[in-house]
Design a binder for this molecule. Structure first.
Ligand code: FES
Length: 157
């Protein structure tokens, strides 16, 4: 990828790390997830097109806000990796991200509302507590101690 980038536009992983404050190991992980991309030199070393700085900066902001990388992947889905994204590319991503953030904010507000009630209550009832068992959703998975059974299965896996 990025065959149209001249060598002076390419940054080493150390330069990327230095410019963004993100550890080289994290940059390699982001690349593995497809959030950023690099080209390889003849010696198989990574070189990052300069426009990856913006992606890494946005990933850092998202991470600081507690936004999962899967949400960032969704937001970046239509932003091209192989060329410098256009203003329209980023605008499209921005609109998608805004929708995600609004949904996230609604979930957090709901959780905040329920948590406030639960702090005062403290019963942690498996049937009634909306934090432990929202809308009694566990009842749909069958009778008995669903959470304990599920956690047991998860440990065995
Ligand atoms: S702690 Fe009682 S309803 Fe959640």
């Amino acid at each position: 990828m990025a065959a149209n980038h001249s060598s002076e536009e390419l940054l080493t992983i150390g330069e990327m790390s230095g410019r963004t404050g993100v550890a080289a190991s994290a940059l390699r992980y982001y690349e593995e997830l497809g959030l950023i991309a690099s080209v390889r030199t003849g010696g198989n070393q990574r070189r990052f097109p300069r426009h990856m700085l913006r992606r890494v900066s946005l990933i850092s902001v998202a991470k600081n806000l507690g936004i999962p990388l899967t949400d960032v992947q969704d937001a970046f889905a239509d932003v091209p990796l192989e060329r410098t994204p256009s203003h329209e590319d980023w605008q499209r991503a921005s609109r998608a991200w805004k929708r995600q953030l609004e949904e996230r904010r609604r979930r957090i507000e709901r959780l905040e509302y329920e948590l406030t009630g639960c702090i005062g209550c403290g019963c942690l009832s498996m049937k009634a507590c909306t934090l432990l068992n929202p809308d009694d959703a566990l009842a749909e998975t069958g009778a008995g101690p669903r959470r304990l059974e599920f956690e047991g299965e998860a440990r065995e896996a």
